[in-house]
Structures are given as C-alpha cells and as structure tokens.
Ligand binder design. Structure first.
Ligand code: DO4
Ligand code: MG
Length: 288
C-alpha cells in the first residue's frame, strides 16, 4: 500500500506499507512522481517501490502513529453512478419515480453514468472534515471503491472514496446532479492506494460503512464489489472516450451502501469506510 504522511517538520512523505505493516519512505515527491518515473523507465509502480523496499530500512513507527494525508493529489476525481442495484433503488426512491425511470434505464444501458465528482482543491484525505451543504437536508456518504488511473487509463491501484451526496437535491431533478455532488470538501479519498498487482480479485472486495454520532454507532452496513453490475475496464473505457485523462485520475465505481431513507448526516458525525485490503477512511462531518 502507498500512503503519504506528515513528517514532524511539516513536510509530506510518500511511503510504502508492506504486508507486515513496515513503513518504507519512498524517494518520490508524491504518487504522481512515482507514476512518471514508472512511465519513464517503462516499469510498473510496484517494481519501483520494491526496489526501495529491498534496499532500505523501515522507519521505527507504526501506521497509527502517523498523520496520514490524502494519498494522491488527483487533478480530477470522476465517478460512476447506478452501478449497483442498491443505488438504483435508492435513486428511484428519492426521485419518487413510478414507471421505468432514467435510473432503471442507465442501470442496464450499454453506456454507464459517469460524472465529474471533484478536483484536487475539493478533495480531502483521512481525518479531514467533509462538509455539509447548507441548502440540503438529506445528505449521505457514498462508500465506493476508487480506481487510480494513469493517463492511458491503466488501473494502477485502488483506493477508498466517499462520494458525499445530497439526496434531496438530486431527487428534486436529476439535472441538479452537479449540485448534488460537488461542493467544498464533498469528496474524500484514502487512506492508502493499494497497488493493482497486489490485489487478488478486485471484484471480491468487501466495503464496510459505519457512522458515529456523539460516540454512538448510528449506522452500519456493508456490501461487496462482487455486486457491481459493470466491469472496471468498461467504466474506464467510457471515461477515456475522446477525453483527456491525467496521471492519477481517480474513478469512483459507485455505491453499494445507502443508509435508510430517513437518515441524514449531521455536524459532528464521523464517517468510517473500510475496505480491509486498503484501510479505513475516517472523516468528521462539519457544517460549512
Ligand atoms: O445518479 C446518481 C449518481 C449515483 C451515484 O453516485 C452512485 O450510484 O454511486
Ligand atoms: Mg456515488
């Protein structure tokens, strides 16, 4: 896994975490620099990382002791929608649809729903507040697997994403999608990037979500990427069509977890999203 942490002097350090939880600082400014080096030398990110791991000593600290930062400054975070039945049902509920809806159609259509979710300035890492919109009273986290891509659309790794969403704004009119999805700190990613070659089967990843309020767990559920109705390559190929994609673009793959229809996030809540192979993305919820 690749992480980035804050050193005591305030600078940012990219590092690899091995299976035995040892932490090896990497000689790259950030994940984008690692991708560029891999490109220049025509090797994989994993082989560059292993070179450092095999030639250096780990730091004498545990992961829990570090202040983790957003693992990548992705210029853009894109997202897929209605890729799980659970999401389709939730969208139909909030839009109060009766007959065959746009959501029903897109769930089975050849072309998936893709949208621009965030930019680096709006995206936060672990333990940084995600913000509530002031003009919405029905807001939920969307726990999602994120694909970390290079500019050719190759999947370099996997991260966790929170596609924080406003259900009342989207439910009122699907043309309000951008406002239901994009605002200050409405996207969190992290805490790590798991390099693609080290994942046995990306279609068998469990995703857990827990929400705490005043120290009490008020929501808990889980899903699995085995329930995804699409293939990752299929989502990436639509994202790439006639498009410009930057190294380190993150593509969220849709949510398989939706809190009950009477649930909305509140200031002071804490959202935890866990994919055991990647880590736990924890964010406090704040009003603007
Ligand atoms: O159409 C709305 C987007 C749905 C979404 O973000 C999801 O399924 O994860
Ligand atoms: Mg989503």
């Amino acid at each position: 896994r690749i992480i980035r942490y804050q050193k005591t002097n305030g600078s940012k350090q990219l590092a690899a975490v091995t299976e035995d939880s040892a932490i090896y600082p990497l000689p790259y400014k950030d994940f984008l620099a690692l991708i560029e080096q891999a490109e220049t030398h025509k090797v994989s990110c994993l082989s560059l990382v292993m070179q450092t791991v095999n030639r250096s000593q780990p730091i004498e600290k545990h992961l829990e002791d570090l202040t983790l930062l957003v693992p990548i400054d992705a210029y853009e975070v894109w997202a897929s929608g209605v890729t799980y039945r659970r999401s389709k049902d939730a969208r139909n509920f909030e839009a109060k649809t009766t007959s065959e809806s746009f959501y029903d159609k897109v769930y089975t259509a050849e072309r998936p729903e893709l949208f621009l979710k965030s930019t680096s300035r709006r995206t936060v890492g672990p333990h940084t507040p995600i913000y509530l919109r002031t003009d919405s009273h029905w807001q939920v986290p969307e726990p999602e697997l994120g694909l970390v891509l290079n500019r050719k659309g190759e999947i370099l790794g996997y991260t966790i994403g929170n596609d924080l969403s406003s259900r009342d704004i989207e439910g009122e009119n699907p043309l309000y999608l951008s406002q239901a999805k994009i605002w200050r700190n409405s996207c969190a990613i992290g805490p790590a990037i798991r390099l693609a070659e080290t994942v046995d089967d990306p279609y068998r990843l469990s995703i857990f979500c827990r929400i705490y309020r005043e120290g009490r767990k008020v929501f808990e559920d889980w899903g699995s990427t085995s329930q995804l109705e699409r293939q990752y390559d299929e989502l990436v190929s639509y994202l790439m069509k006639d498009n410009v994609i930057f190294n380190g673009t993150v593509l969220l793959t849709g949510t398989c977890i939706v809190p009950g229809n009477d649930f909305t996030l509140r200031e002071g809540d804490q959202v935890e999203i866990e994919i055991p192979e990647i880590g736990i993305l924890v964010n406090p919820v704040k009003e603007q």
